[in-house]
Ligand binder design. Structure first.
Ligand code: NDP
Ligand code: MG
Length: 383
């Protein structure tokens, strides 16, 4: 059988094209112009970077959420452009590489329209995991993870039944403060926190990797994507970021996926899933050159945000949405210099204490919880 992949190019709507994932995706497209055609590109406000991409790729649709498009460009403007791009008639796949809960509506719109969503925007699943997965089932769309750990789990699970899975083990690099004394971490500067040892990413996820909020978001993401209960999802620190995650099966076999730390491979796999295509640009893994692989437990006491997030996931309802929104606001304040690193978990804990019990069954309730949590953190910034 000749697959669709070998016959005609796939139209991709790339949301967040100017970011770290967005630009990695465009490098993947550039190596496979016969297979991937970006039909829509969107950015938030980096007009110059977007204009350069538009000149190269000439997409049918261009959107900016909060910037001013060049005069006469024909670009679309405002938050609605994400949904318009996500439901563009020429797009078979939507690669959602927006950062934060701002990406949620576009994911839902794409799934309602029956599209495949290659999802980097993990906040989508943290805010409204149940709603998103139900929308995918109802609309005939599909959610395929871009996150490297979830791409690894998806690859390890290929062909296996859910009742054969005993445990997911998600790896974490440990971030820049893995070896710092606990007392020193709360005084870390923005520069310290942005200095990630193995990955070059956007600033929000880099701070999330330093607090380990990112790993909490990923545990929640894995729970929704793979339907595995929280008590069967574990986190282990692996500083080299070569093993992207493990799956343990009920017979005791453990399967892992490995590769050098580059997002181009999980992006490519999300686009071609369930197939694979040859790609000579993805950096290759050499086990001898890579040397030894090291694993250690997470220092939960040093990184309280991890436990806050996982507990919010277990609690369910509005709690994960509150965790996510409070984290987004706290990280933005830390980057602006109005919160210390140590205050990030404090403000998240405060928001969860005040708001986690709110109802969170419907999309409206979840969005209200998100907005309340943002107000909660913002109103305490001057305290
Ligand atoms: P970046 O900050 O590098 O890029 C974010 C992109 O989203 C940019 O194109 C930005 O536009 C756009 N954007 C920002 N805010 C908004 C908004 N409110 N509405 C619409 N668009 C917006 O982030 P990353 O690429 O690092 O991360 C993107 C997502 O992928 C995140 O959810 C992250 O957790 C996830 N992820 C990232 C990984 C990585 O290696 N970077 C790895 C795994 C997951 P502009 O440039 O104009 O500001
Ligand atoms: Mg990840």
């Amino acid at each position: 059988m000749v697959s669709d992949l070998t016959r005609r190019p796939i139209g991709v709507s790339l949301l967040g094209s100017t970011g770290s994932i967005g630009t990695s995706a465009l490098r993947v497209f550039a190596r496979h112009p016969e297979r991937f055609v970006p039909v829509a590109l969107t950015a938030n406000g980096r007009i110059d970077a977007l204009a350069e991409q538009v000149a190269t790729w000439k997409p049918a649709y261009v959107g900016v959420v909060s910037g001013e498009p060049p005069v006469g460009s024909g670009w679309h403007r405002g938050p609605a452009c994400l949904v318009e791009a996500a439901t563009h008639p020429d797009a078979q796949v939507v690669l959602n590489a927006v950062v934060g809960a701002a990406g949620l509506h576009a994911t839902l719109a794409a799934l309602r329209a029956g599209r495949k969503v290659a999802l980097a925007n993990k906040e989508t699943l943290v805010v409204a995991g149940e709603v998103v997965m139900a929308t995918a089932r109802a609309g005939g769309g599909d959610v395929v993870p871009v996150d490297s750990e979830h791409s690894a789990i998806l690859q390890c699970l290929a062909g296996r039944r859910p009742d054969e899975v005993r445990r997911l083990i998600i790896t974490a690099s440990g971030g820049p403060f893995r070896t710092w004394p606990t007392a020193r971490i709360s005084d870390a500067t923005v520069e310290d926190a942005l200095n990630h040892p193995t990955w070059r990413m956007g600033s929000k996820i880099t701070i999330d990797s330093a607090t380990l909020a990112n790993k909490a978001l990923e545990v929640i993401e894995a729970h929704h994507l793979f339907g595995v209960p929280y008590d069967r999802i574990e986190v282990v620190v692996h500083p080299q970021s070569i093993v992207h995650s493990f799956v343990e099966f009920i017979d005791g076999s453990v399967v892992a996926q490995l590769g050098v730390p580059s997002m181009e491979l999980p992006i490519l796999y999300a686009l071609t899933h369930p197939e694979r295509i040859e790609d000579s640009g993805v950096p290759r893994y050499d086990p001898v050159a890579a040397g030894s692989l090291h694993f250690e437990p997470v220092r939960r006491d040093a990184f309280p945000t991890l436990t806050l997030g996982i507990d919010a996931g277990r609690a369910g309802g509005a709690a994960p949405a509150v965790f996510n929104a409070a984290n987004e606001e706290a990280v933005a304040a830390f980057l602006e210099g109005t919160l210390t690193f140590g205050q990030i978990p404090e403000r998240i804990a405060g928001a969860l204490e005040a708001l986690a019990d709110r109802p969170g069954r419907t999309l409206e309730e979840l969005l209200e919880a998100d907005a309340e949590a943002r107000r909660h953190v913002q109103s305490r910034l001057s305290c």
